[in-house]
Ligand binder design. Structure first.
Ligand code: ADP
Ligand code: MG
Length: 234
């Protein structure tokens, strides 16, 4: 059994003093699909951002044995892709295709190879027709898919998605779940979407006030109404 992500005693306080993570520890096996659920402000987004060193607090995070610290950042970013909740935080190029090419180019692919990879990835997310458009001119659902493609184009071993179905219409939501279901590698999602958790995940961890307070299969955790209510989840 290979451990993909190992987190030990992660604490993180924002510069204003807000303690967002207060000692979170867990291991995720290679290929496992894990959901983090929790009320607003529980620390889900902060936690995802510690996985590839965007945020660095106390404690240790290891990705396939490599510590997430400054000297390893290149290797870590190669292994962990994070899809932000808000696609506007992810997309910054003149066209969607440029955004999706950015990662492959950074990895050292030639322009031609990066373009081929980006075109294929846009096709995988069902957006072959919008590559030339400015992300500004896309719908929210299309932006979310382009944001996902910017990370999928790097073939990361660990993929972390923050609220991947938020703001999507039912069809878009279904497509996003199907897309995630077809991925290989380890998958981590922060979400309020229990349907997604049931359909997609092997395991669910409840975060509450910056601590992980429950960990189990979706069928057990999500049917424990007392536990859910205790942590602000219905
Ligand atoms: N940039 C920031 N500066 C200060 N506090 C923040 C910042 N971002 C998030 N927080 C706080 O950190 C805590 C955890 O937030 P977050 O990780 O976004 O939770 P979640 O994703 O579960 O809703 C909350 O109390 C939130 O208000
Ligand atoms: Mg969040």
């Amino acid at each position: 059994m290979t451990t993909a992500v190992s987190a030990e005693g992660i604490k993180y306080a924002y510069p204003d003093g807000t303690l967002a993570l207060d000692g979170v520890s867990f291991d995720i096996r290679e290929g496992e699909r894990v959901a983090f659920v929790g009320a607003n402000g529980a620390g889900k987004s902060t936690l995802l951002l510690t996985l590839n060193g965007v945020l660095k607090g106390e404690g240790t995070v290891r990705i396939h044995g490599v510590a997430v610290e400054a000297r390893n950042m290149k290797a870590v970013r190669r292994m962990v892709g994070i899809v932000f909740q808000n696609p506007d935080d992810q997309l910054f190029c003149p066209t969607a295709l440029d955004d999706v090419m950015f990662g492959p180019l950074n990895m050292g692919l030639s322009r031609n190879d990066a373009m081929a990879k980006a075109e294929k990835t846009l096709a995988d997310v069902g957006l072959s027709d919008v590559g030339g458009k400015s992300p500004f001119h896309l719908s929210h659902g299309q932006k979310k898919r382009v944001a996902m493609a910017t990370v999928l184009s790097m073939d990361c071993r660990v993929l972390a998605l923050d609220e991947p179905t938020s703001g999507l219409d039912p069809k878009g939501r279904k497509e996003a779940i199907k897309l995630m279901g077809g991925l290989s590698g380890s998958l981590i999602v922060a979400t309020h979407d229990f349907g997604l958790v049931r359909e997609l995940c092997d395991r669910v961890i409840i975060l509450s006030k910056g601590k992980n307070v429950a960990d189990g299969t979706p069928s057990v955790i999500l049917s424990d109404s007392v536990l859910l209510a205790e942590h602000g989840l219905e």
